[in-house]
Design a protein around this ligand. Structure first.
Ligand code: SAH
Length: 254
């Protein structure tokens, strides 16, 4: 007997960001696995059991949810934002890839959610209006020199860069190092957006220039978007500025 596993994106904030598809998937689950604070955003439906776990437990959480589904239950596993962006969808795939043969027969589905960079972008205009990329600054799962190499390549090639996991208590210096690195490729006036707790009550979105971008503006709930040479800021009287990257780009800059 085998059940189902659905990997569900909750979006960046409260219920308004939960898609109808994600809501359906959660209603149909007998068991819901996830990082504790994310699970708290999911109402417990009748007959449903929630299994919260710690932040760093992704591999173990994925394996536990799969085992539960293989035993015959309809199981959901949740991520904030989109489950495919630095989150549980890849952890589930890794577990299936390296796990027992019978896990490959499991009925598994993925429900997308609004990822943090899209919510931050929508809050300030259109910073991702042209080519962009996303980089996680966490060096828990990759060496820091690789991150530096990717920052150099991305900024050098003119991508707008969304930085996930910009800082944490365990990683105080990386953000400053990353900004310094990007400053080798970009003018000091390049717009940098700090979006904190987007989609929640205490949401904050601030725009600064690259030379003023400070780790003190960011925490684990912050998504940072670093503009390209083309990214522009429109000042508006009595309203917050609009930041956008035009749809057309001219030429490769030196
Ligand atoms: N799967 C998530 C990302 C997980 S990585 C997604 O698609 O959004 C965790 C990082 O995402 C955080 O360190 C932060 O950079 C970003 N993030 C998640 N939720 C956020 C929110 N509501 N506001 C701003 N950034 C957020």
């Amino acid at each position: 007997m085998t059940g189902t596993l659905v990997v569900v994106g909750l979006g960046p904030g409260d219920q308004r960001y939960l898609t109808a598809d994600a809501d359906d998937a959660l209603r149909g689950a007998e068991a819901v696995y996830g990082y504790g604070p994310y699970l708290q955003r999911v109402p417990i439906h009748p007959g449903q059991v929630h299994y919260p776990s710690d932040n760093r437990e992704e591999a173990r959480r994925a394996a536990a949810a799969i085992r539960h589904a293989v035993r015959g239950a309809n199981v959901a596993i949740v991520s904030g934002g989109d489950p495919g962006v630095f989150a549980m969808a890849a952890a589930v795939c890794e577990a299936i890839d390296t796990g027992p043969e019978e896990w490959r027969r499991l009925d598994v589905a993925f429900v997308p959610g609004i990822t943090a960079m899209l919510a931050v972008a929508a809050g300030i205009g259109a910073p991702l209006g042209h080519d962009f990329c996303a980089i996680s600054l966490s060096d828990n799962l990759k060496p820091w020199p690789l991150i530096e190499q990717r920052l150099d390549a991305a900024a050098g090639a003119g991508f707008v860069i969304a930085l996930y996991n910009p800082v944490s208590r365990a990683r105080p210096w990386q953000f400053r190092n990353a900004i310094e690195r990007l400053g080798r490729h970009l003018p000091p006036t390049t717009p940098v957006i700090f979006g904190r707790a987007v989609g929640r009550e205490d949401e904050q979105i601030n725009v600064v220039t690259l030379d003023a971008a400070d780790a003190a503006n960011a925490d684990m709930a912050t998504l940072v978007i670093v503009g390209s040479r083309d990214t522009r800021v429109i000042a508006r009287p009595g309203r917050h500025p609009l930041v956008y990257t035009p749809r057309a780009a001219a030429e490769v800059s030196a």
